[in-house]
Write a protein that binds this ligand. Structure first.
Ligand code: F6R
Ligand code: MG
Ligand code: MG
Length: 372
């Protein structure tokens, strides 16, 4: 069995929270080369989206493997060291713990991992996002694996017609459920339509019995108990031969739907599909970005990547996203641009509640008009 892991962390931004410094990327590449040479991993690729570094690796240790996670942790500590040397912003931001213990669960870095038997031809797409949260994958996963208006194969491919199982996490109560689609579609949408709390963790083909997709599923703020940056999630989707075709997997991103994140992790903004060279959110710390790296995996080797959103067919989504961004920005501090109070990652509300406690009076009280 082969495992494909994407492990990612923000270990410092250049400039502000907009990108990763080239020296940090070079360090991560040196580590990945060393890990390949030593035989720890079969192959690896270092990528970035915004201020997050992703280590994309193939190996045989399975998911949640201590050896692989500790390698990623050490790599992120090294990139943090460089970020500190250069005085980069938020150095070591996602490393929430001082010491590594077992695996990365709850330690800050995010990860999506899939274990599978390599097929004769194994096309996969690795999606990397910046300035948004894990629930951002709910809408495209629904469309890819459950919406026949997106995915023709659900109707006309014999191997897809039975549908897919969706594993959904409740991040608030740390529970999970599997929805059997299409039978459970309406039930599932009630939950995953609320992506701040309910997040699709994985998708499985009912006909092939194969796991088709995996996402990084965490909320840093729920782990740390305070705002420590948006999670900036990643996702792996296997494609073709009874799984959605590459074009069906990319299709949902032709619609720049609104996600939570952007400035101070506290605003709705359009999700902008971009080529790798444009994955540097600057305007209002956004709009949130997504890149798609396509690989063919062969004997465990990562053949690629191909930059899947470097396609003029996504230009219209980009134009539309810019218009939507203008529209949202004109709301300034008002919802629905600003997130509802319960979802704000930054807030002055608790301080204000104390400061203004005496000035709030029952609505029946007559207040003298202030004289200017
Ligand atoms: C978004 C993000 C940024 C920061 C913002 C303020 O995920 O990380 O938008 O929240 O740049 O950062 P500080 O508070 O560090 O000045
Ligand atoms: Mg950052
Ligand atoms: Mg980030």
């Amino acid at each position: 069995m082969l495992t494909l892991s994407i492990i990612k962390a923000d270990t410092g931004g250049f400039v502000g929270h907009s990108a990763v410094h080239p020296d940090m990327m070079a360090e991560a590449r040196r580590e990945i080369d060393r890990a390949s040479a030593s035989g720890l991993i079969i192959d690896g690729h270092v990528a970035s989206c915004g201020d997050d570094i992703s280590l994309i690796m193939t190996h045989t240790y399975g998911v949640d493997a201590g050896l692989i996670h500790s390698f990623a942790w050490d790599t992120f500590r090294n990139t943090t060291r460089i970020a500190k040397e250069l005085g980069l912003y938020g150095a070591g931001q996602d490393l929430l713990s001082d010491a590594f213990s077992g695996n990365l669960r709850g330690m800050g870095p995010g990860y999506a991992e899939l274990e599978f038997e390599e097929r004769p031809s194994e096309p996969v797409i690795c999606f990397l996002a910046d300035k948004t949260e894990p629930g951002a994958w709910n809408l495209p996963l629904y469309k890819i694996f459950a919406d026949p208006f997106n995915t023709a194969g659900l109707v006309i491919d014999q191997k897809m017609h039975a549908g897919f199982g969706f594993e959904v996490y409740d991040l608030y109560e740390e529970k999970r459920i599997v929805f059997d689609c299409p039978a459970d579609l309406y039930d599932m949408l009630m939950y995953i339509g609320a992506p701040a709390r309910y997040v699709v963790h994985g998708v499985r083909s009912k006909t092939l019995g194969e796991t088709a997709a995996a996402t990084s599923t965490q909320r840093l703020s729920l782990i740390a108990g305070k705002y420590v940056g948006k999670d900036d999630p990643v996702m792996i989707v296997r494609c073709q031969s009874g799984l959605p075709a590459v074009g069906e997997v990319l299709e949902p991103f032709a619609f720049p739907y609104a996600v939570a994140g952007c400035m101070r992790g506290s605003h709705h903004a359009p999700f902008l599909p971009v080529p790798v060279e444009q994955a540097h959110p600057s305007r209002f710390d956004g709009p949130p970005r997504v890149v798609a790296l396509g690989f063919q995996i062969h004997d465990g080797k990562l053949i690629g990547p191909r930059d899947m959103f470097a396609d003029p067919a996504f230009d219209r989504a980009r134009e539309q996203a810019n218009e939507i961004m203008d529209y949202f920005r004109r709301h300034g501090p008002f919802e629905p641009h600003r997130l509802p109070l319960s979802e704000l990652e930054y807030t002055t509300m608790s301080t204000l509640t104390k400061q203004l406690a005496n000035r709030w009076t029952p609505m029946t009280t007559v207040i003298a008009t202030p004289v200017g």
